[in-house]
Write a protein that binds this ligand. Sequence first.
Ligand SMILES: NC(=O)c1ccc[n+]([C@@H]2O[C@H](COP(=O)([O-])OP(=O)(O)OC[C@H]3O[C@@H](n4cnc5c(N)ncnc54)[C@H](OP(=O)(O)O)[C@@H]3O)[C@@H](O)[C@H]2O)c1
Length: 261
Amino acid sequence: MVIKTALITGASSGIGQAFAEELAIRQTNLILIARSQDKLYRLAKQLQERTPIDVEVMVQDLTEPQAGQKVYDWVQNKGLSVDLLINNAGFGDYGLFDERDLSRQLEMIQLNVTVLVELTHLFLSQMQQRGEGSIINVSSIAGFQPLPYMSNYAATKAFVLSFTEALWAENKDKGIKCLALCPGPTESNFFEAAKFPQSFEDKNNGSLTSANAVVKDALKALDNNHSNVVTGGVTNNFIVNAPRLFPREFLLNAIEKQFRV
Ligand SMILES: NC(=O)c1ccc[n+]([C@@H]2O[C@H](COP(=O)([O-])OP(=O)(O)OC[C@H]3O[C@@H](n4cnc5c(N)ncnc54)[C@H](OP(=O)(O)O)[C@@H]3O)[C@@H](O)[C@H]2O)c1
């Protein structure tokens, strides 16, 4: 299927921006959504200077109530049809759960889960009427096991993984592809937004995968109609399989030590 138009949430930086850049190279028209107006318009201008595609920008805080419906209505009012929905916007928050701000935890669930479900439901129904379409929901390797000090974040990503894989199975014979993208540590603003302490970054001075490499792997997995893809190499593949190899409490203790600063 030729992807004519893709909608990307969280397109203003990191993995979302890399999706926009790669899809533009593939001549896909784009709908870019995030809160940072300047970044979105700058990106739209750059992409249109490079390739003859249509780029629409919607500045929207997706944690607002009914944000998904607002996005859907905006797309309908513009007369656009979305072939590929990329639910990418998301954030994490590092620290002891009880010490972190509750409203931020609830916003995280709203962004990482609720609006993703809302947008998936709205656009999937339309794709089903057309008998074609694709959805990429961005989960994480954090979705495969609990993460102490990122408890709420990992739980949101476990939701996205489970939800998306189930949708893959429901839709695989209907011309609709659903992919859970599970990146490992990737170059983006994620760690800054999640307020990881410098001491954590010094301790875990591992290499980050480029957002561009993550996106290339994701689009390849989508082409092959996989239900999920783990990006970033063998270490990440080992991490996601660890829950099958070790007792859960053993693993939790090991991760707790790794994530404690
Ligand atoms: N980087 C990693 O290591 C990693 C690993 C696994 C999974 N992921 C996942 O990858 C996805 C993309 O993150 P990233 O790594 O590319 O981080 P990022 O550079 O911080 O990008 C996050 C994107 O989400 C948007 N966003 C945040 N809050 C929003 C809100 N309230 N409303 C609308 N948009 C909002 C941001 O735009 P504005 O600030 O302009 O709104 C930005 O475009 C996330 O779902 C993240 O959980 C990242």
